[in-house]
Design a protein around this ligand. Sequence first.
Ligand code: NAP
Length: 475
Amino acid sequence: METDLFIAGKWVPASSGNRFDVLDPATGDTIASVADGGEADAIAAVEAAAAAGPGWAATPPRVRSEVLRRAFELITERAADLAKLISLENGKALTDAKGEVTYAAEFFRWFAEEAVRGDGAIATAPSGANRILVVRQPVGVCVLVTPWNFPAAMATRKIGPALAAGCTVILKPASDTPLTALAMAAILAEAGVPDGVVNVLPSRSSGRVVSAMLRDSRVRKLSFTGSTEVGRILLAQAAENVVNTSMELGGNAPFVVFADADLDAAIEGAMIAKMRNGGEACTAANRFFVEAPVAGEFARRLAQRMSELVVGPGTDEKTQVGPLVNEDTVAKVDSLVRGALEGGAAAVTGGSRPAGPGFYYPPTVLSGVAADAPILREEIFGPVAPIVTFTGEEEAVRLANDTEYGLVAYVYTGDLARGLRVSEAIEAGMVGINRGLVSDPAAPFGGVKQSGIGREGGHEGLLEYLESKYIAVNW
Ligand code: NAP
């Protein structure tokens, strides 16, 4: 297991000599001690990425593509070991971790394919005086900052398009889950990524190291996935040097069930949208709006399914719901549930925190949640489904849009015309109609409102790492 910084193709300790512990969320025990990168290391990483930049940008797209394809194959060959590592440091159930490895690898496969599909444009100027030629060039050195909830996929979703576009990167993984990012660096090096093209910098002083990099004028791009709160801080810092930004921020997904929906399918979709990753996903259904005639039945059936889930250590093959990532997350989930119960909601299943050890919270369904309850305003990031009853399409759309977030929404209805109408009215970057899962490396993933700026995946994901250069030409 790699535990040092990865800079310029070498494993190096932090220049300060400092290290920090990574904990097993199932026990709270230390799994590994990782080099704690500081500002000097961050600048060394920028140096390495800047030095490697011109060579990588000039590398033929086909060669860049094949390196990514090889990385996809290596991840796929080692899927079982990577899943164990993810589960160990993040806590998620092995089945979720295996799903994440497949998803993570797919970004390398997809962007291996995109790397050779670069395009440009040529047109005649309206005046007829010249031609308008548009070419695409890599943005340059990119700082990538990722969260702990998908330690592999959030890294590959950024590294894949950046490398395909010809950019070099410094990845700053979440300090709760740096081991997976370091494992990815080792795989990329083995796949043939030249020294300095990918650098990985675990750090306990994330604010300081990311600021130091953003102040360095060689850094031209920041791609961040994490909370809206930190995203706002980083947008302000990026403004200082007018750094290009992509922001994948928090979500507060509505899950809307109309009375005409296939209820079996809605329950199935709800289980996926709520429980994938134990609820620790930006795409997690956070607010369930169910039309009055089916609300009672939906709550009962969802509670039944939730109560049957096996909770335990993520690394145990039988586990369906692992512990949450850390103590703070459990405390937040617990306080949101207690607030909802005090506000008049009823716990149909779950609803109270078990005694330790480990950072566990039981699958919970709350019915009769008050419309102003804080649990409907904030990301829960845990296995809790609050249910609110509505009447009619207009109220459903109003409730769904009553949030500062706009990442994803889910709509269940037997009437496709209504599904499309509601999808267009909902303020979200993505909508699942009669589906509880939207994430796909081939589709543009991202949010509107305070859920973010830019898209990852699809062809759009590549464009985030390219600048369009316009050349006015006479010939
Ligand atoms: P977070 O606290 O915002 O942290 C995300 C990353 O930013 C981590 O690497 C963190 O490092 C770093 N960071 C924290 N403070 C920073 C600062 N002042 N300057 C620079 N970097 C800083 O988010 P999280 O708790 O890890 O992840 C959960 C959040 O991510 C949720 O809001 C979720 O919705 C969002 N998310 C969004 C998407 C999406 O695609 N839209 C996908 C997944 C997750 P440390 O670990 O050292 O604090």
